[in-house]
Design a protein around this ligand. Structure first.
Ligand code: F6P
Length: 550
């Protein structure tokens, strides 16, 4: 049944009216009026404490947002996802990344197949391979153990693996070196393998489709590099494995079917880090810790599936995101992990959030008349504070920020961790409460500086606090964002699981490619800008050739 268009839903209308009364209220006043606010507007699940009290909401706002979730049939759609229904309508696919972390022995039937059993069969094969590599039992073509692992993939086949490797590096086996090659710019590959000996190197070619131009270009260069160093095509079997849903293309590439780890079309690329796409993660941290990570994902899945909406972390985060985007009109969200190991989390979340919710039509194909997915970006704290935080504090654009902190460091050293953590709390405080003109004057500020030093505050933050970064915690954290994305996409009535927008650029690049390299310089039939750029490029390439010839 088609839902009522979003802006005609009763709860949406009530939120619009409500915004006109609450919208400009200041967090300073909301906190003064309600001394319990800081503990009341908080929720906890799977080891993550969410303080959302510094959002510009009241109990009434939250109640109306929950009404909106109910009117948008969030619980029904969530259950449809968990039951394997084809909620990715434009691709007619189930969306079942939650099955990737269901415990062994449970089951979920999709089209008569128990997908959980299939998931664990692949996990077992991955574990067997990981144990061989990690123990040194897997020997390369010349009889030497593997010490270098190179994951070749892009998008979801890169960002999850590299983010998880960095995040869990503390738990990784340190005699193994990991590299992640994504960009088709040859520099990425060349620099990754520059100091490597092919005899000790394993390539994981990660691609759901096994047709992505960047990954295939890098994979062919990797194969040529290896065969050149080891002098025999037969070496490929000992140095290449693939992770893909496309067995036919993998075997056409020349990888032994015994060395292929599969997954399924119901796993979206940006939701695949806990599938076989996480093979590099398992090689780094080992099967036991990989399973701990899956348990963390599952704990958050279960919370999302069963907790009442008003206590449900992903639901709350998703609804607050809707409030900030559609009522406060915030175009972007900053994500600032105060943990160096999470340095790639913002990049990972960019794909997760923006490829999912960067959509302009509803599930029925009708143009939306409201804003959808905001721009996500960020940097680890405290580094960001010394570059772009100025704009967040005093710029004219309000940027809601997620601040992610941990009570314990994995590398305790003197006072570092308390210095780091004090900044998490201080930033949330400064953004919420700012500094009034009276405060500024009371500090004896020279008159010409007063206006410059006033900080309006009233800038929303979520603070996510956990004990320590573990594989389990990482799983829960990622699942939290996945389900927040789901919540937002459901309210917006969009397909969060397709990505047609990235196709056009790929098609056009394929048309232009032969025009760049062709000696016959075919007539260009693009727009005048593209034609001029291609012609200039060709001319510059020609000049480069002249230099080389000298
Ligand atoms: O171009 C976008 C995209 O399709 C992403 O959704 C995906 O994660 C990435 O490309 C890589 O795709 P594949 O794993 O099939 O190589």
């Amino acid at each position: 049944m088609t839902p009522t268009p979003l802006r005609e839903r009763a709860a949406w209308r009530a939120l619009e009216t409500h915004y006109s009364t609450i919208g400009l209220r200041h967090l300073r006043d909301l906190f003064t009026e309600d001394p319990e606010r800081g503990t009341r507007l908080a929720a906890e699940a799977a080891g993550i404490y969410l303080d959302y009290s510094k959002n510009r909401v009241t109990d009434e706002t939250l109640g109306l947002l929950i009404d909106l979730a109910e009117e948008s049939r969030l619980a029904e759609r969530r259950d449809a996802m968990f039951n394997g229904e084809r909620i990715n309508v434009s691709e007619n696919r189930s969306v079942l990344h939650v099955a990737l972390r269901m415990p062994r022995g449970t089951s979920l039937l999709v089209d008569g197949v128990d997908v959980v059993a299939e998931v664990h069969a692949v996990l077992d094969r991955m574990a067997n391979f990981a144990r061989q590599i990690r123990s040194g039992a897997w020997l390369g073509y010349t009889g030497r153990p593997i010490v270098n692992i190179v994951n070749v993939g892009i998008g979801g086949s890169d960002l999850g693996p590299v983010m998880a490797y960095e995040a869990l590096r503390h738990y990784s086996q340190r005699n193994l070196n990991f590299r992640f090659v994504a960009n088709v710019d040859a520099t990425d590959f060349v620099e990754a393998v520059r100091e490597m000996d092919a005899a000790e190197t394993m390539f994981i070619i990660s691609s759901k489709t096994f047709g992505t131009l960047e990954t295939m270009t890098n994979a062919h260069s990797a194969r040529a590099w290896l065969v050149d160093q080891l002098g025999d095509e037969a070496a490929i079997a000992r140095h290449f494995v693939a992770v893909s849903t496309n067995e036919a293309l993998v075997s056409a590439f020349g990888i032994d079917p015994a060395n292929v780890f599969g997954f399924w079309d119901w796993v979206g690329g940006r939701y695949s880090m806990d599938s076989a796409i996480g093979l590099s993660t398992m090689l780094a941290i080992g099967p036991t810790r990989f399973h701990e990570m899956l348990a963390g994902f599952h704990a958050m899945d279960e919370h999302f599936r069963t907790a009442p909406l008003a206590e449900n972390l992903p639901v709350l985060m998703g609804l607050l995101a809707i409030w900030n985007r559609n009522f406060l009109g915030c175009p972007t969200v900053g994500v600032m992990p105060y943990d160096q190991y999470l340095q790639r989390l913002p990049a990972y979340l960019q794909q997760l959030t923006m490829e999912s919710n960067g959509k302009h039509v509803t599930l029925d194909g009708a143009e939306v008349d409201y804003a959808t997915g905001p721009i996500y970006w960020g940097e680890p704290g405290t580094n960001g504070q010394h570059s772009f935080f100025q704009l967040i504090h005093q710029g004219t654009t309000v940027v809601p920020v997620d601040l992610i902190g941990f009570a314990k460091s994995l590398n305790p050293l003197g006072s570092h961790h308390d210095v780091l953590s004090s900044n998490v709390f201080a930033q949330a405080q400064a953004l919420a409460f700012g500094k009034t003109e009276a405060d500024v004057r009371a500090q004896g500020t020279p008159p010409h500086q007063v206006a410059h030093r006033v900080m309006a505050g009233n800038r929303p933050t979520n603070v996510l606090l956990a004990e320590v970064l573990t594989p389990r915690l990482l799983g829960s954290l990622i699942a939290l964002y996945e389900h927040s994305v789901f919540t937002q996409g459901t309210i917006w009535d969009i397909d969060s699981y397709d990505q047609w927008g990235v196709e056009l650029g790929k098609v056009l690049a394929n048309q232009i490619l032969p025009e760049l390299s062709s000696a016959s310089t075919p007539t260009l039939r693009h727009d005048s800008s593209t034609n001029a750029l291609i012609e200039r490029y060709r001319a510059l390439r020609q000049r480069e050739a002249t230099h080389d010839d000298k």
